[in-house]
Design a protein around this ligand. Sequence first.
Ligand SMILES: [Zn+2]
Length: 264
Amino acid sequence: MRPRALSALALGLVLLVTGCGEAGKSPEKAAAPPSASASPSPTPTPVTKPSPTHTTPAKPKLRPVPKKLPAGLHRASGSNGVALTFDDGPDPRYTPQILAQLRAAQVKATFCVVGKQAKRYPELVARIVREGHQLCNHSWHHDVNLGRRSAAEIRSDLERTNEAIHAAAPKAPITWFRQPGGRWTAEEVAIAKQMGLRPLHWSVDPQDWDHPPAKTIIKRVKGATRHGSVVLMHDAGGDRAQTMAACRHLIPDLKRRFGIALPR
Ligand SMILES: [Zn+2]
């Protein structure tokens, strides 16, 4: 392999490791926006590209992501029941499927919606609310670095996302905020709280964004879930057929064993 190809590969590996391996046990996919390619690893820079990859000009300085998750995150449901959370939507293919499953099981869940998606699919946001589920702000365009930006940028991103949600569902309570990729900073937690958004993390991550088969998602969730767990899954951001299939088993199973409750 040519040296440049090797360095591109190495860069890809470094990005993969830093994107997915920090800020908690197993953060959700950190690299891709919800509508991006489903591939879990960044595409290496083509070897024929003339300019080096690391000279992007005028990049604003980002504060570092802390090695440990900051204090004040909600990582438990606050009751004996298990909290189900679905991130990155709404999505016209999958959100209605999950809503139908939740309705059939007569349970409620929390949807961590991306502002751009809420703007694009307001009727789905309205339906989430109408069917009694909870809303969580998941940033405007799934910015995994949002917590590292200036206070003004963080605040305006969260406000813009709240506005898109409220345009779809006026007066709907937006109870939570969840940082994409789980890359929280203490500054961001403080701003979310000032805005009345409670910071919601998770305790069970089956890594469904990486497209494991449904039976693997089921095994991971069943193996890790306890009373009071917060389970992270995705109803958008790529092919979620395996998540949909897993949920057909998991929702009734978790309801029977633990109860399913909204986080509080
Ligand atoms: Zn996400």
